[in-house]
Ligand binder design. Sequence first.
Ligand SMILES: [Zn+2]
Length: 467
Amino acid sequence: MKFFLTILVVLLSFNLTAQDDAEMFKTIYKQSLTNGKSYEWLSHLSNNIGSRLSGSLGAERAVEYTKEELEKLGLDKVWLQPVMVPRWVRGAPEFAFIETAPGQTTQVNICALGGSVATPLGGLKANVIEVKGIDELKALGKSKVEGKIVFFNRPMQPDLIQTFESYGGCADQRYSGAYEAGKLGAAGVIVRSLNLRLDDLPHTGAMTYGDLPVSQRIPSAAISTNDAELLSSMLALDKNLKFYFKQQCQQLSDVQSYNVIGQITGSEFPDEYILVGGHLDSWDLGDGSHDDGAGVVQSMDVLRLLKESGIKPKRSIRVVLFMNEENGLRGALKYAEEAKRKGENHIFSLESDAGGFTPRGFQFDGSEAAFNKVLGWQSLFKPYLIHYFEKGGSGADVGPLKTATNVVAGLRPDSQRYFDHHHAANDTFEHVNKRELELGAATMTALVYLFDKYGIETISHTEKLKD
Ligand SMILES: [Zn+2]
């Protein structure tokens, strides 16, 4: 009898806990959708400050603005963490054309890749060799490549439902194209924009010269998908056509910048940290609303929504707005280094850096046991149409915080339209939907609430039942 009573009490308390959590979810989502601040903050960040490339005035102003806004929330601590960041500047707008005969030219849309060197002052004109990737380039060898502009034209694979996989399948030509072509004596590199649709906008992004000596560093630029198609079809007709481009970008000396950090100190386990974050820097072409203004304002709102929902966290909740994710990851590396040095135990870190679109779920990097415990929470998210809980993957900025025992994760919004805007001039405020952004902030807050309440050792209700 006593045994059955115990079971009954356990079952009842389980149901009550689950009910409490469901009620708290309602409160959190309601707060975000009726009283959220993320959209207002994003408007200021995007429309009043604009693009925030590391080392730029915009980045500096974004640091000041987000620090001030966090200070208004009445958190326990708000501070700046200094970090040196690279400073690359685009200079005057790029210019490019295809030349089929002297004087017969067709202008095309390009933009320098981040970190690229400039062309000679008068621009660079050369024959073009088209390849579908780095392997094909290597197979051609020096004799076919030397003195030419290498045109990397492998499109993003359209039939992959996970567009980030499609991106990952092509990003090597953008990142390492100039390094590989430079080794073979090429004059320059043009890369098809990492965009799933056909349009006229070039998409920038990070690239590297690796260990190439300065003399072998060649200018590299992205070309719009429409113009990549055009160039490819014109090459099919005339292998001897010439491509001209001019860009005046420059790598300057590193400058001082900051990660912006705010904290609610935990009431029971202040030495266990739960982190939410996004990256404050952006590329310079649009205003970085999706990448990653959205993640920044959502993360800020997580701490505010916890407060507004009447939650007093047991563990310390930190928001970290990382600097320099796009072209160096210096902010994330600095934060992780400091956390390690201070022995701070980050039990759970969540990043939003996949756009401000409708949230679908999360990807988690942690032990099988921890992941199974998280799966026990899935039903709480069901009414909010959050169903995607996958193992593997998190975010660039939280990745360095991964240890053998903790969990790192990334919010996963619908990604079908993300690469229409990613790193391009149309990553702007009007392309972020207020409700979708707020649903993302609420979804992050709900997960943080659960991790705070249950920690990572005693995570699931079912686990409790077994005890
Ligand atoms: Zn990003």
